[in-house]
Design a protein around this ligand. Structure first.
Ligand code: NAI
Length: 362
């Protein structure tokens, strides 16, 4: 029996290609992993009537570690996002998104080393919405008016933003524990508490209380989300571990990906008390599907996070060193990196050839 059994969800669009590249690179390190393939996404809808069949969730629960490619969420069809559903079902409350510079990507900055810790289960992503014109929306509008909470225009759609003490406490605590375990110096809690007093205000209060327990061990600061965005662009080196509620975390982690060369570079992990599901920040990039063009770096760096989680530090280091070598050489790189470095895609290699170049460094 293999040392580790990992659920592999290839996903939609470029997912199958980039996860194949990732798997080949991981296998080439010699690490003993059995991959249990579980299909989810738009392409399984016809067969199972759902993009996330129960057996896929079960496989993640059983193996405790899964890695996935991106999954397509068609806009405005009422089709629930597989990613959001998986995070909810498995209570993966942490979305960890490290953004670190690797020379050779053509990124605008060279010294970024930020870890974004995004809350993954509540906030505006809780999925509690009231459709414009629906009777329950009218009732909510009436309730707010009658109770003196506030006036809402009758032709409004409404999305709720629940932020709990429980959700805030565990995510901020995770950020501090991560900082301690990884030799990080500072945690920045991001919010808009000056405007959103009862949701972000609560989050900030909880963050301050948790921070007090780590005083003297990890530095703490809080920042308003708009100032954070400006600060990240002006002085990214001022940030270390950044902890945010769900929506700000989603936006700021893409911003951070931009600092290090774009979505093709940004790895991620969804972590809960029981299981972890590793996935890159980017989506399924349908226009590149099946063309052997997509950049698999984010998926491969996602596997590096997974290998560390499994305690396979040598394999993780080997892959990271291989990625750094290939990017620094700038020869066998995918179209997006070639374009940022030279202004043209001439001489770019495909997804699998890039993986081969990494493997050749081992
Ligand atoms: P996207 O991330 O797929 O694409 C944004 C842009 O980045 C596009 O120009 C795309 O071609 C490019 N890009 C993304 N990944 C790349 C890679 N590895 N190599 C080279 N170029 C890359 O975001 P978009 O277009 O908003 O979403 C497409 C689909 O993906 C949607 O259905 C969305 O719901 C889904 N999605 C899934 C995620 C997941 O499974 N975790 C996360 C984000 C989006």
């Amino acid at each position: 029996m293999a040392k580790h059994v990992v659920t592999l969800i290839p996903g939609d669009g470029i997912g199958p290609e980039i996860t194949t590249a990732m798997r080949r690179v991981v296998d080439a390190t010699g690490v003993d992993i059995e991959w249990e393939i579980a299909d989810a996404g738009e392409h399984v809808m016809a067969e199972y009537g759902t993009p996330l069949p129960e057996h896929v969730i079960e496989a993640c629960r059983r193996n405790k570690v899964a890695i996935k490619g991106p999954v397509t969420t068609p806009v405005g069809t009422g089709f629930r996002s597989v990613n959001v559903a998986l995070r909810k079902e498995l209570d993966l409350y942490v979305n960890l998104r490290p953004a670190f510079s690797i020379p050779g990507t053509g990124a605008r900055y060279e010294d970024v080393d930020i870890v974004i810790v995004r809350e993954n289960t509540e906030d505006l992503y809780a999925g509690i919405e009231f459709e414009e014109g629906a009777p329950e929306t009218a009732e909510l509008i009436r309730f707010c008016a009658e109770k003196g909470v506030g006036t809402i225009r009758p032709d409004s759609g409404i999305s709720l933003k629940p932020i709990s003490i429980t959700g805030s406490e565990r995510i901020v605590r995770y950020a501090f524990e991560y900082a301690l375990a990884n030799g990080r110096k500072k945690v920045t809690a991001v919010h808009k508490a000056n405007i959103l007093k009862y949701s972000d205000g609560l989050y900030l209060d909880v963050a301050r209380k948790v921070a007090a327990e780590y005083e003297g061990r990890v530095e703490f600061e809080d920042r308003i989300v708009d100032m954070t965005c400006m600060g990240l662009v002006l002085y990214p080196e001022q940030f270390d571990v950044v902890v945010l509620p769900n929506l700000y975390g989603d936006i700021v982690s893409d911003l951070a990906a931009g600092l290090i060369g774009g979505l093709g570079m940004a790895p991620g992990a969804n972590i809960g008390a029981e299981c972890a599901v590793f996935e890159p920040v980017h989506g399924s990039a349908p226009k590149y599907a099946g063309k052997d063009m997509a950049n698999p770096t984010a998926e491969i760096l996602t596997a590096v996070l997974m290998l560390k989680h499994l305690g396979e530090f040598d394999a993780a280091e080997k892959i990271l060193a291989g990625v750094k070598t290939v990017l620094a050489e700038g020869v066998s790189v995918t179209y997006d990196i070639k374009r940022t470095n030279t202004g043209s895609t001439d001489g770019a290699v495909g997804t699998q050839a890039y993986a081969d170049a990494i493997i050749a460094t081992f």
